[in-house]
Write a protein that binds this ligand. Structure first.
Ligand SMILES: *Cc1c(COP(=O)(O)O)cnc(C)c1O
Length: 438
């Protein structure tokens, strides 16, 4: 298949293609998701609208498969990054496993594919007994335990259910992930995991219970980590622990290396994703050499982030004291990352003209919060009221963090695949929002 042009160095998910309509004197091009014009999707389904590229999701997941092909491994897609059932179904069909952090996410996975439980890793710092029982009943692959109390609770649940729970301690390796403080998890000051120095004691406790089966060691140091060094440091500490645990007589089959591989939200990054995953794999695998293990990986953002965009329409242009604003119909209710993490997202017009002038604007939403913005003092091509913008790299931690603040119904989601597109979530209605209120 012929590759579409990549004017902005974007990965293949969202690319400009020449428009059929040419205005006199200059060339217009229109943004597509795979081969589908985003303007058509906006017309059909309205805005704000999330659009995901199935081919891109498949390619990115396959890049992980390929990078780790030399060792026994299972890619367990992190459901919390984007939990739409159609996406889970697609990944389950392709044979991937899942990392879940709640009973709700487990139910989603089972709804997408009943057989997927044997590849489900259950993580999370505050699992309830009900959630543990559901995961035991489903037959989950591994429980990542985060405290001594949780270990006791899991043993009790397993005893009641007459099951044996396969466990890994999520250790906190005390390495700095060099990412935004809100998404860094691998230091002792964070709530996550068990200090690695206390892990041996807990493994000994676990081995005493006939309802627990020590199976692995797990670690997850944070998210949006773009330097592979912290992953390598964490793995060195985990490898040392595995050797100690084996010397203590424990059977350690799994290392769960967590997720966290970052993506570039910058428009001028042209590096190849497969190369990036290759470097990540090397950083993880080198410290593990010689240890016979099955590696579990929990990528979320790096698979789904760049495969999604949020489409929004410019409602109004206004100028306050010389400052220019584009007020758009999406806000922090649809995509909270800029407000929550000071995250940068590239924003591009859906119809691009080679003759467009540039201007400096704030792109803001309609929500009654000063923090409701997508970009501040951003230079971008001039657009008119009514035009469509695409907020790129919005596939991960976008829709899953959407809220109904200001009684705003959550947006629809569409999955494009080559030339086809399908609605994978209907837009919420105001009726939906009021349904449970008495
Ligand atoms: C959030 C999370 C992930 C996924 O992280 P990404 O940065 O999206 O790859 C993996 N494992 C655990 C335990 C998590 O909490």
């Amino acid at each position: 298949m012929k590759q579409p042009p990549r004017p902005n160095g974007r990965p293949p998910a969202f690319t400009y293609q020449p428009s059929s309509k040419k205005s006199v004197g200059h060339i217009d091009s229109s943004l597509h998701g795979d081969q589908v014009a985003l303007s058509l999707l906006a017309k059909r389904y309205g805005t704000p609208l999330y659009v995901y590229s199935a081919s891109s999701i498949r390619q990115r997941a396959a890049a992980f498969e390929s990078a780790f092909r030399k060792v026994p491994h299972t890619i367990c897609y992190s459901v919390k990054a984007n939990s739409n059932l159609a996406i889970l179904r697609m990944l389950a069909k392709a044979g991937y496993g899942f990392d879940v952090v709640s009973g709700g996410e487990l139910e989603r996975v089972l709804h997408a594919d009943k057989g997927a439980a044997k590849k489900v890793v259950f993580s999370g710092v505050g699992k309830t007994r009900e959630e543990m029982k559901a995961a035991l009943k489903a037959g989950s692959l591994l429980f990542n335990v985060e405290s001594a109390s949780e270990l006791r609770a899991l043993a009790e649940c397993a005893a009641q259910a007459r099951k044996i729970a396969p466990v890994a301690m999520r250790v906190n390796p005390d390495v700095s992930a060099k990412t935004h403080p809100y998404i860094s998890t691998g230091l002792h000051k964070h709530k996550f995991g068990i200090p690695i120095s206390e892990a041996r004691y807990l493994y000994a406790e676990a081995a005493k219970s006939k309802h627990l089966k020590v199976a692995g060691v797990s670690v997850h140091i944070g998210s949006q980590i773009t330097d592979v060094q912290p992953f390598s440091e964490a793995m060195q500490r985990v490898a040392a622990l595995v050797r100690d645990l084996r010397a203590d007589g424990h059977k350690i089959n799994y290392i769960d290396a967590g997720g966290g591989l970052g993506i570039s939200y910058d428009h001028d990054d042209r590096s190849d994703f497969a190369d990036k995953v290759g470097g990540y794999a090397e950083a993880l695998l080198r410290p593990l050499r010689g240890l016979k293990l099955h590696l579990l990986l929990e990528p979320g953002r790096s698979i789904i982030g760049p495969a999604g965009a949020l489409l929004t329409r410019v409602l109004y242009k206004k100028t306050n004291g010389g400052k220019k604003f584009l007020v758009v119909d999406a806000g922090m209710t649809e995509l909270i990352r800029p407000s929550l993490y000071q995250a940068h997202h590239q924003i591009i017009p859906v119809t691009s003209s080679d003759s467009a002038k540039q201007e400096v604007v704030d792109v803001v939403g309609p929500v009654c919060e000063t923090g409701d913005f997508f970009a501040r003092d951003r230079q971008m091509p001039e657009v008119e009221e009514g035009e469509l913008l695409a907020i790129l790299d919005a596939g991960a931690y976008g829709m899953v963090l959407a809220s109904n603040y200001n009684t705003r119904p959550r947006p629809a989601e569409v999955l494009v695949d080559g030339k086809s597109s399908k609605l994978i979530r209907r837009r919420e209605t105001i009726g939906d929002l009021m349904r449970n209120e008495i």
